[in-house]
Design a protein around this ligand. Sequence first.
Ligand code: 4AD
Ligand code: MG
Length: 467
Amino acid sequence: MEQIKRTRIADLLKAPAFGTTVNAKGWVRTRRGNKNVNFIALNDGSTIHNLQIVVDLSNFSEDMLKDITTGACISVNGLLVESVGSGQAAEVQAKEIEILGGCDNTYPLQKKGHSMEFLRDVAHLRPRTNTFGAVFRIRHNMAMAIHTFFHEKGFYYFHTPIITASDCEGAGQMFQVTTMNLYDLKKTETGSIDYSGDFFGKQTSLTVSGQLEGELAATALGAIYTFGPTFRAENSNTPRHLAEFWMVEPEVAFADLDELTALEEEFIKYCVKWALDNCADDLAFLNKMIDPGLIERLQGVISTDFVRLPYTEGVRILEEAVKNGRKFEFPVYWGADLASEHERYLVEEHFKKPVIMVDYPKEIKAFYMKQNADGKTVQGTDVLFPQIGEIIGGSVREENYDKLKARIDELHVPMKDMWWYLDTRRYGTCPHAGFGLGFERLLLFVTGMQNIRDVIPFPRTPNNAAF
Ligand code: 4AD
Ligand code: MG
């Protein structure tokens, strides 16, 4: 076969140099035709669109073509010509075809319209479907949007550790990391496990959040963000929870509550606009095949002002709804940790736009949140989104040493693990604030996918760590 430099299908279709001989490589989606001509739909992942390869059977043997089956990998040299029938601007008239990798008939992606559940069982192959190709191209684009947003605003990308000894959220949902022999655990005199011989000489786990180390960085570099994997051993088998998910956590020195919520809103809008500007073909596909309201919803979010709603006011609205006959599974009262049905009522039915709830009862929030003068509430914020519920959790941080220490003692947060965190409040403490955005929750919103397992390549959930 003649050696011609490969061109990505996205580029072949974008500005087709008609009349030139090109090389394309990719995976066969379908081959159809008659005894005179065959049409191969070829995809190389660079775009949702397939390149149509026209094969004149007078130049190729049936015997060779029979191995060009769905899933096979081929290399094609041919003439790039204007297309009338393929739905694309261009197609390729094949001159030479090489089969790089045949595909046997056990290939699971034979027909269209597999269920999402089935595709999770073949997660090693599902990126080759239109839907998952679109989702993972958008996932990449959202990562680029996040880095670009923060870089342009002067935030530094700061890498916080994955192995840690502190439970930032205090919820006790950590996965332990150990090299100890589990068949022969050494005990201390008091009968608890002796970690002194473990790899780190103490009990360690996978991080649930990079925030605490992020705060150290913000009080030195001014504004930082983390973006990495996060782990939670919560047994929540829901379409919105993963045991391993990615979180983006900016932390800003000198920011107050208003600046924090403004940053949250600006950040999400920037990401959504990036998707509309850079992922048009993939969004059009998802809008057509997965969620007919998707693009309209994305456009709606960038052109609407998010509501700022004190928790107390939110509870009042919910109680009012209950009085008027609205039924919820879980009770609503001041002090309750709102369930996702409550959050979605506020966002989807009452306000019909994203809501940033602020000033939560301190009992339902983490130890580090700045305490308000009322003695009852803290400056925590949750950003609540249509379809998703909570997409961001954040707060102004308690910068006062005595107040923070008192809260740590009250909640029995292990002090010996917190000394370095408390040091920031002792050495030039400053007001600061930050938040965490669940990357996969953002992707659920931007792609219109219904289950969080379908926006991460290889999901980890209870009883599932395949691939
Ligand atoms: O509200 P969370 O627990 O907040 C924190 O971890 C803070 N330390 C963040 C900060 O202030 N720097 O989690 C933040 C976000 C949630 O709003 C949600 O979007 C996502 O992380 N999240 C999950 N996403 C998928 N699966 C899970 N199990 C998640 N738990 C939280
Ligand atoms: Mg939260």
